[in-house]
Design a protein. Structure first.
Length: 213
C-alpha cells in the first residue's frame, strides 16, 4: 500500500508560513537549534560509543537540540514523532521521521528531519531513497513545504557528499545563505506524486552533513 492522501477539508496551513508568523526567519531559527544541538553533542560526547548507531545518535541529538531551544520557543522537538495524516490505514503504523519540530497549538503540522549514516562520502543510496520516497512522495511533510535530511558522515568530506548529491539529484544543491560556515545546503523540488495532491507542491530540502569522526 502507498498510504492515503491528506484530505482538503480543514487543511492546516503550511508549517513554513506558521513558522514565519512566529519569526520571519523561523525555519532558520529551528535549523540553528539543530546545529547548536550538534555542537553540544560533539562537545559532550567527542567519541560516540558507536557512531554508526543511527537511532542512538538521533536520540542524543534531539536531547541536545531541546536543551539549546529557548523556553519561549512555540515549537517542541521530538524523536520519531508520527505523521498521523499519512498512516497506512486506521490500524497501520504512521510514518515517523527521525526528528520533528511541531507547534504546540497544532500537532498536525511538522517540520520533519530524516537522518542517515553515511559510512563514506559516496555512500548515499539510503539517503537519496529516503528523500525521494518519504519527502518527495509526501509520506513526510504533508503540511510543510520544507524539510531536512541529515547525513552523519563517518569517513570523507562534506563537499564530496554535496558534489555527488548534485549529480544524483540533477538539480542545484546550493549553500544556505544563513549558514555560510556550516555543511548545510538546499535543493528545490516539485512534488507530483498522487499522494501529494493536497500538499504544498514546491518543496525545499535542507541537507545537513554532520561529521561524526
Amino acid at each position: 500500500m502507498t498510504g492515503p492522501t491528506p484530505q482538503p477539508g480543514n487543511m492546516p496551513q503550511d508549517f513554513v508560513a506558521f513558522a514565519a508568523a512566529w519569526r520571519e526567519d523561523g525555519i532558520t531559527q529551528l535549523l540553528g537549534y539543530v546545529w547548536a544541538g550538534y555542537d553540544s553533542l560533539r562537545a559532550e560526547n567527542p567519541v560516540l560509543p558507536d557512531p554508526s548507531d543511527e537511532v542512538n545518535i538521533n536520540f542524543l541529538l534531539v536531547v541536545h537540540i531541546d536543551r539549546k531551544k529557548p523556553k519561549n520557543c512555540p515549537f517542541d522537538v521530538q524523536h520519531t514523532p508520527p505523521e498521523l495524516s499519512t498512516r497506512l490505514g486506521p490500524s497501520g503504523p504512521p510514518p515517523s521521521p527521525d526528528i520533528g519540530f511541531f507547534p504546540r497549538t497544532d500537532l498536525r503540522l511538522m517540520f520533519p528531519l530524516e537522518a542517515k549514516v553515511l559510512k563514506t562520502d559516496g555512500h548515499l543510496s539510503e539517503y537519496l531513497k529516503a528523500l525521494r520516497t518519504r519527502f518527495l512522495q509526501c509520506r513526510y511533510a504533508p503540511y510543510s513545504s520544507e524539510g531536512a535530511m541529515i547525513g552523519y558522515l563517518l569517513t570523507g568530506a562534506p563537499e564530496v557528499v554535496f558534489k555527488k548529491l548534485r549529480g544524483r539529484l540533477r538539480t542545484p544543491v546550493e549553500q544556505h545563505p544563513d549558514f555560510p560556515a556550516r555543511s548545510h545546503r538546499i535543493s528545490n523540488h516539485r512534488r507530483s506524486h498522487r499522494r501529494c495532491r493536497h500538499c504544498p507542491p514546491e518543496f525545499r530540502c535542507h541537507h545537513l552533513v554532520m561529521v561524526m569522526r
